[in-house]
Design a protein around this ligand. Structure first.
Ligand code: FAD
Length: 567
């Protein structure tokens, strides 16, 4: 059997290695149009920022290693230009010499990835404007920064007495994860960074109240963020700097511009074989990675995948799914019954030491689908036991079905990145296994004081959600509090910092003795800092025949909501 694989990075390389492990006799050819295989795209921004010091660290496995260890015929600088599905051949072009050869296959695997979006804006190809997709891309960025223009090296400011280097300015176009990672890394090496984001929020999969919290976090660390404004044109000035003109008519001067506007499945090759392309523009495959041609498989960023939560076709450009799909394609080619389960879009972004992460369905997706069979909770637990030094708060939102408690999605953020990772990774696994909030109550997670709490935030989320579903703790939310009766059970000293207009204040410690001050005929929505004391108050009032509910997340979720409203 002869298998030809197009694309030698995440999906392609994992497919090739798995194929060899399963079939010692297969003839495997892996073609890659770039100079390297199996490089770490996810590390590219950190090479620009100098966190990853050596370019060679980005090269996870070499062409030579694939040849020697796995007996795989790797051809770099070799582009697949067309497919004849009828003849089962693929036409290859040597990128350096231009020579065309024809390669027959029994099975063909396509993993060409997604191309960076490069809109035809005036001046977009000017020097100093870069995309971030490959090792040569980031090499060029480093060279530009290190060698630089006259402006970047500061020579234009030579005063005769001393050489003053002016602040270096970068404009990053796009507020997705690649854009923000580049922004952080450019700040790290001393740039003033402006991020232009055409949409009203950064990090599209996050719900707006989480996105705004990340926005404030990065702004506080020096990122200038321009929302609702995209790049419209670029103009190179005599100084070497670039003028970036925006949709709204603003102008930003930059010494370097990074384009991170998004990616689009690279389906040019698939189209030469008339493979079915889906409504989102990716190659349509089944759960065994077959395309519409039974001998051609496709994996990675180039395909459409079924969203695990909604069942909708979607485009998900993530390394984890690409690697798993490559492995599944190899399994299926070797006669195994492996299947892809769909993707939850589980992601994490590290920013200035903190992190934001998400998995499964967001609230805005549920709203878009008109799905009202869900409830949400906001929690603000510590990253680990509060008595052990260094604990910090995690903001956690969990969505679940009202009807049966099934977990739907979760988002988290916090200054302690690994703690955020741990909770969203656990919740991602739970969602994939079809878990309910009752399963979270029982989850047995690692605990020692420096890592977590005996009642981990994941357990805690399950307990809060189960309390709601079992009727022990009615819940309400800030977005539906117009004209509601609000009871604030915090201490007066806390109210001095921030109070809620119109709320009646009876501290929890006095509540039992002041019940007569509360109305029996109205629902009482209870506020505290994080919803814990409000939970105790809700229980207390319910047992005295009041209609009471706990405002999820208390003042902490109100702060997120206020930031969103103020935007
Ligand atoms: C800067 C950056 C940071 C990222 N960070 C993360 C992260 O933190 N976490 C995460 O999960 N994901 C991250 N990703 C996304 C992740 O890298 C991709 O989802 C993953 O690499 C997709 O794998 P793939 O095999 O589909 O495509 P790729 O890994 O992009 O590989 C496709 C390869 O195919 C080659 N190719 C294309 N067409 C042809 C052709 N006709 N002939 C021969 N070769 C061809 C290309 O040159 C390319 O090398 C990041 C991506 C980038 C660019």
């Amino acid at each position: 059997m002869k298998v030809v694989i197009v694309g030698g990075v995440a999906g392609g390389a994992s497919c090739a290695a798995r194929l060899r492990r399963l079939d010692e006799n297969a003839e495997i050819v892996m073609v890659e149009k770039g100079p390297y295989v199996s490089y770490a795209n996810c590390g590219l921004p950190y090479y620009v920022g100098g966190v990853i010091e050596k370019e060679s660290s980005l090269l996870v496995a070499s062409e030579q290693m694939f040849k020697v260890m796995f007996g795989i015929d790797v051809r770099t600088n070799c582009e697949a230009v067309s497919i004849s599905a009828k003849d089962k051949t693929v036409e290859l072009r040597d990128v350096e010499s231009g020579e065309i050869t024809v390669e027959p296959y029994d099975k063909l695997v396509l993993s060409p990835g997604a191309a960076s979006v490069h809109p035809p804006l005036p001046g977009i190809d000017s020097p100093g404007i870069f995309q971030v997709r490959t090792v040569p891309d980031v090499r060029k960025i480093r060279e530009w920064i290190e060698g630089g223009t006259t402006y970047l090296t500061g020579m234009s400011n030579y005063s005769g007495i001393q050489m003053v280097k002016p602040a270096r300015r970068a404009v990053v176009v796009g507020g997705g994860f690649i854009g923000l990672e580049m922004a952080e890394n450019l700040i790290h090496i001393g740039f003033e960074v402006t991020v232009l984001q055409r949409l009203p929020q950064i990090l599209g999969p996050l719900d707006p109240e989480f996105a705004v919290t990340v926005e404030e976090f990065i702004k506080a660390r020096g990122v200038k963020l321009e929302l609702n404004d995209g790049a419209a044109a670029f103009e190179q000035l005599d100084s070497g700097a670039i003028k970036v003109k925006t949709d709204s008519g603003k102008e930003h001067l930059a010494d370097i511009v990074i384009l991170a506007i998004g990616v689009r499945p690279d389906t040019a090759l698939a189209k030469t074989a008339d493979l079915e392309i889906g409504e989102r523009g990716g190659i349509r495959v089944d759960d065994q990675m077959h395309t519409s041609d039974p001998d051609i498989f496709a994996v990675g960023d180039v395909i459409e995948v079924k969203d695990f939560g909604t069942g909708e076709w979607s485009l998900v450009a993530l390394a984890g799914p690409a690697n798993r799909q490559g492995r599944i394609a190899a399994d299926v080619i070797c006669g195994r019954d492996s299947r892809f389960r769909g993707t939850q879009g589980t992601s994490i972004i590290g920013l200035f030491g903190g992190a934001a992460a998400w998995t499964g369905v967001s609230e805005k997706t549920l709203q878009r689908l008109g799905d009202s069979d869900y409830e949400k909770i906001y929690l603000y637990p510590n990253s680990h036991a509060g008595y052990y030094p260094g604990a910090s708060m995690i903001g956690l939102k969990v969505l679940f079905r009202k009807s049966d408690g099934k977990l739907l999605g979760a988002q988290a953020l916090g200054a302690d990145g690994p703690a955020v990772d741990k909770r969203i990774s656990a919740l991602a696994m739970a969602i994939q296994m079809g878990a309910t909030v009752y399963d979270l109550e029982e989850a047995e997670l690692c605990y020692a004081p420096q890592f977590g709490s005996a009642k981990d935030p994941v357990n805690f989320a399950g307990m809060v959600a189960a309390n709601i579903l079992q009727g022990d703790m009615p819940v309400s939310h800030w977005d539906s509090m117009d004209d509601a009766f609000l009871l604030d059970v915090r201490e007066p000293v806390e109210l001095a910092v921030e109070s809620v207009p119109g709320a009646v204040n009876i501290p929890l410690s006095q509540l039992r003795s002041r019940l007569a001050e509360l109305p029996k005929e109205r629902e009482i929505h209870i506020i505290c800092r994080s919803a814990q004391r409000a939970y105790y108050a809700t229980q207390l009032l319910q047992q005295h025949d009041f209609k009471a509910s706990n405002i999820s997340g208390g003042m902490l979720s109100r702060a997120m909501e206020s930031m969103e409203k103020a935007k």
